[in-house]
Design a protein around this ligand. Structure first.
Ligand code: NAD
Length: 484
C-alpha cells in the first residue's frame, strides 16, 4: 500500500492500472480537520469515463459474467479479509479525508465495509432459486444473470462503507463496475482498486474514475453502455442523475436524503434514550443519513429530557479527530461548514432558541469545526425543521398525543428512517406501522441486519438494498418455463 503519513495522490484506476495524474487535470485534496493539502486528485472527464466503461465491458464479456459462484465468493471473502488486515491504514485515510474521529473509522467504517464482502461471499454460496410448478405439467424456474456494467456514484459521509455495501452484491452477481467517489473523499476508494487486484479480481472488473459530480457523475449517468446506476447522495442530485439516465433507460438504486424523526414517549427508558439520542444526533458530525435530526418529546418529560440532553451535549468533545477522546470531528469542507452555520443563523431568524452550541467550536486553530447544536421553539413550518442540514444540528419539539406526533413525523417529503421510544411494545409497533420510513427502530437506533431491506420512501430513495434485495437490483431476473 502507498505511504500514507501525509496522504497521497489519487489516480484513476482503469483496467487494473493506475493512470498517472496530469497536473493540469487534477485538484487538491484538503484534510478538513487541518486545512492541509494531503494530495492531488485526478480530475476525470468523458474520456476517462469512456475508457473505464470500455475496460469494464471487456472484463464482463471476457470471463467475469460467466465466472463461477465459488470463484466470486472466494474473491469477495479475500477482499473482506484484506480490508480488515489493512484496517488501521484505511481508517487513517478515511479520517484524513473526512475529518471524522479515527475511532469511528476504525470501529465502524472499515469493519462494516469488510463485512459487506464477507456477508455476500456467504450469501451467494448458499442461496438457491425459486421454482413454480404448474398443474399442466410444467415448471417455471427463476434464474438470475448479471446486468453488465454498473455505475456507482458515492457520497462523502461514509465513503468506503457505503461504497462496499453496493460493490459487494454487485460483484457477487457477476457485474463489472465503474465507480466515482465523492470529490472530497477519494483516498479509500482509490486504494480499493489495488486491494481488489491483490484479492484476485480480474483487471477491469472494478474501475475508479475520480473527479467532479457534474462531469464524471453525469457522464456515467448518461453513458449508453452502463446498465444501472447505484447512487447515494442528495435528493436533488438523484433527480439530475435520473434525467441524465433517462435516454438510455437505466435502472436506478437511489439512497437519498432524510430528515428523520426521533419520537420519545413519556414511558421510555430515559437513560437509554439520552445515550442513544446523543449518538443519533451527533455521531459522524451529524452526517449519517439515518441521524435523527427532528426530535419530538412528549410534553410531560420535555423539560427533564431537554435539561439532561443539553447537559450531556455540552460534555461532547469537539476537535482533533486523531484524539481517542474526541466525540465530534470536523465537517467535510469549508462550503459545508458555512452552510451548516447559515442554517443555525436561519434558525435564529425563524425564532428558534439555541439551547446549546450554535457556533464554531472554540479552541480550534484551523479546520471546519461546529459545536453540537440543539434548537428549540421551531415548528414544522420552519425551513430548519424541514430541510436536511447534514451537520451536528437537531431541533426538539414537544408533542401531546400519539396521533399528533405521527402526523409531525410524516409531514415531510423524506422517508428514510425513524426511531420510536416507549416501554409499551403495542404502542411501539402501532406507531412504527404508521410511520412513512424505510426503516423504523423501536427502542434502538442504527441496528442493522444485512439481510433486511434498506432504503427510503418518498424522496428519500428508490429501491431497497440488503440481502436478496440488492441481488435483485444487480441482476436480470428471468423465468425459464419447461413443459414436461
Ligand atoms: P451529493 O448528492 O452532493 O453527492 C453525491 C455524489 O454525487 C458525489 O460523488 C458527487 O460528486 C456526485 N454528483 C454531484 N452532482 C452530480 C450530478 N449532477 N450527476 C451525477 N453525480 C453527481 O451528496 P453528498 O453531499 O456527497 O452526500 C450527502 C447526501 O447523501 C445527504 O443528502 C445524505 O442524506 C445522503 N446520504 C444518503 C444515504 C442513504 O442511505 N439514503 C446515505 C448516505 C448519505
Amino acid at each position: 500500500m502507498v505511504e500514507i503519513s501525509k496522504g497521497f495522490d489519487c489516480q484513476h484506476f482503469i483496467g487494473g492500472t493506475y493512470i498517472p495524474i496530469q497536473s493540469e487535470k487534477s485538484f487538491e485534496n484538503i484534510n478538513p480537520a487541518t486545512e492541509e493539502v494531503i494530495g492531488r486528485v485526478a480530475e476525470g472527464s468523458q474520456e476517462e469515463v469512456d475508457l473505464a466503461v470500455e475496460a469494464a465491458k471487456n472484463a464482463f464479456n471476457n470471463g467475469w459474467k460467466n465466472s463461477k459462484v465459488s470463484e466470486r465468493a472466494a474473491i469477495l471473502r479475500k477482499i473482506g479479509d484484506l480490508l480488515l488486515e489493512k484496517k488501521e491504514q484505511l481508517a487513517m485515510l478515511e479520517t484524513m479525508d473526512t475529518g471524522k474521529p479515527l475511532w469511528l473509522s476504525t470501529n465502524v467504517d472499515i469493519p462494516r465495509a469488510a463485512g459487506s464482502f464477507h456477508f455476500y461471499a456467504n450469501f451467494i454460496s448458499t442461496m438457491g432459486t425459486d421454482a413454480y410448478p404448474m398443474e399442466v405439467g410444467a415448471v417455471n424456474i427463476v434464474v438470475r444473470r448479471p446486468l453488465g456494467v454498473v455505475g456507482m456514484i458515492n457520497p462523502w459521509n461514509l465513503p468506503l462503507l457505503l461504497l462496499c455495501a453496493k460493490l459487494a452484491p454487485c460483484l457477487a452477481m457477476g457485474n463489472t463496475v465503474v465507480l466515482k467517489p465523492a470529490r472530497w473523499t477519494p483516498m479509500t476508494a482509490t486504494l480499493l482498486g489495488q486491494i481488489c487486484k491483490e484479492a484476485g479480481l480480474p483487471d477491469g472488473v472494478i474501475n475508479v474514475v475520480n473527479g467532479n459530480g457534474r462531469v464524471v457523475g453525469e457522464a456515467l449517468s448518461a453513458h449508453p453502455d452502463i446498465r444501472a446506476i447505484a447512487f447515494t447522495g442528495e435528493t436533488s442530485t438523484g433527480k439530475s442523475i435520473m434525467k441524465a439516465g433517462a435516454e438510455s433507460l437505466k435502472r436506478f438504486s437511489f439512497e437519498l436524503g432524510g430528515k428523520n424523526p426521533n419520537i420519545i414517549f413519556e414511558d421510555c427508558d430515559l437513560d437509554t434514550v439520552i445515550d442513544t439520542t446523543l449518538r443519533s444526533s451527533f455521531i459522524n458530525q451529524g452526517a449519517v443519513c439515518l441521524c435523527g435530526s427532528r426530535i419530538y418529546v412528549q410534553r410531560s418529560i420535555y423539560e427533564e429530557f431537554m435539561q439532561r440532553f443539553v447537559a450531556r451535549t455540552k460534555e461532547q468533545i469537539v476537535g482533533d479527530p486523531m484524539q481517542p477522546n474526541t466525540n465530534i470531528g470536523a465537517l467535510i469542507s469549508k462550503q459545508h461548514y458555512e452552510r451548516v452555520l447559515e442554517y443555525i443563523e436561519l434558525a435564529r431568524a425563524e425564532g428558534g432558541t439555541i439551547e446549546t452550541g450554535g457556533k464554531r467550536a472554540e479552541g480550534q486553530g484551523k479546520g471546519y469545526y461546529v459545536e453540537p447544536t440543539i434548537i428549540s421553539g421551531l415548528d414544522k413550518s420552519c425551513r430548519v425543521t424541514n430541510e436536511e442540514i447534514f451537520g451536528p444540528v437537531v431541533t426538539v419539539q414537544p408533542f401531546d398525543t400519539e396521533e399528533e406526533v405521527i402526523q409531525y413525523a410524516n409531514d415531510t417529503h423524506y422517508g428514510l428512517s425513524a426511531s420510536v421510544w416507549t416501554k409499551d411494545s403495542s404502542r411501539g409497533l402501532r406507531v412504527a406501522h404508521q410511520i412513512e420510513a424505510g426503516t423504523t427502530w423501536v427502542n434502538t437506533w442504527f441496528l442493522r441486519d444485512p439481510r433486511t431491506p434498506y432504503g427510503g420512501e418518498k424522496q428519500s430513495g428508490i429501491g431497497r438494498q440488503g440481502g436478496m434485495f440488492s441481488l435483485d437490483f444487480y441482476s436480470e431476473v428471468s423465468t425459464i418455463c419447461v413443459k414436461y
